[in-house]
Design a binder for this molecule. Structure first.
Ligand code: APR
Length: 241
């Protein structure tokens, strides 16, 4: 891939596949989270209203996993690339569908968590969002407005609006390189970002374990493990800065 495609800006989108080698589950692989749990009950506002205890317990367990998970070589490579591109005066935007904080732990500075963050909770009364590394329950009072029983994971569920969409669309419209890493291309609007990037004239690259549902939209694709593919690709870009 010519490095001419990193003049205006690089936009990277990551999915659960980048965190798989850090021990966090993906959703649609064999043994994926949604093959074991009903997504309607755990990732929709209706499911939460039906059984808040069940939903809080599910996210508490995933939040607890973060205490022992660590970034892998793919997260670290993206953090290094961000610093190198910024030092070279180039724009770099990291969008993630993941709710873990492994990009931040790897040193990435400006991470757009379009599906929210597991380490934050939100009060449905005052809308306050607070950092929360431990369990929450159905009677946890809001630390801001003290309302009881209205705290929920700060995670975007199906049927809810993803976050940072204005900023994401602005960056996609100005990028000349879009790279999708570790996502099955199943969930919109993220699955449509490659087409927005193409419309803006960007070159597009998919780095994944296997062809995603959107594979045909990419100019180039490399298949394998993120911990191998991402450092190699990042080095290619950095070598030519
Ligand atoms: N390296 C690279 N890719 C991998 C690896 C790996 N080690 N392991 C798995 N993958 C790939 C899989 O081949 C798959 O294409 O990562 C992708 C994971 O796809 P999904 O499980 O569908 O996860 P994702 O695309 O992030 O899901 C999007 O769906 O349920 C919602 O909100 C949830 O953010 C999530 C969204």
């Amino acid at each position: 891939m010519s490095n001419a495609y990193a003049q205006r800006g690089v936009v990277v989108l990551t999915g659960a596949g980048i965190s798989a080698e850090s021990g966090l589950g993906t959703f649609r692989d064999v043994d994926g989270i949604w093959t074991k749990y009903p997504l309607e009950d755990l990732a929709t506002p209706e499911g939460f209203a039906r059984n808040p205890e069940f939903v809080q317990g599910f996210y508490n367990a995933r939040r607890a996993q973060l205490k022992t998970s660590r970034p892998n070589a793919a997260h670290l490579a993206l953090s290094e690339l961000e610093a190198a591109l910024q030092a070279a005066g180039r724009r770099f935007t990291l969008i993630t569908q993941n709710v873990d904080h492994l990009h931040e732990q790897a040193g990435s500075q400006n991470v757009l968590h379009m599906h929210g963050e597991l380490l934050k909770v939100r009060c449905e009364a005052c809308r306050g969002v607070v950092r929360w590394p431990d369990d929450i329950g159905v009677r946890t009072p809001c630390p801001t407005c003290e309302a009881v029983g209205l705290m929920r994971p700060h995670v975007v569920w199906f049927g809810e609006m993803p976050l940072y969409m204005d900023e994401i669309e602005t960056e996609l419209a100005r990028a000349d390189l879009f790279v999708s890493i570790g996502t099955s291309g199943n969930v919109y609007p993220a699955a449509g970002f490659v087409q927005l990037a193409r419309r803006a004239g960007a070159r597009t690259l998919e780095l994944n374990l296997e062809p995603s549902d959107g594979a045909s939209f990419f100019d180039e694709a490399r298949y394998g493990k993120a911990s191998e593919l991402v450092p190699d690709w990042a080095s290619e870009i950095m070598r030519r800065l």
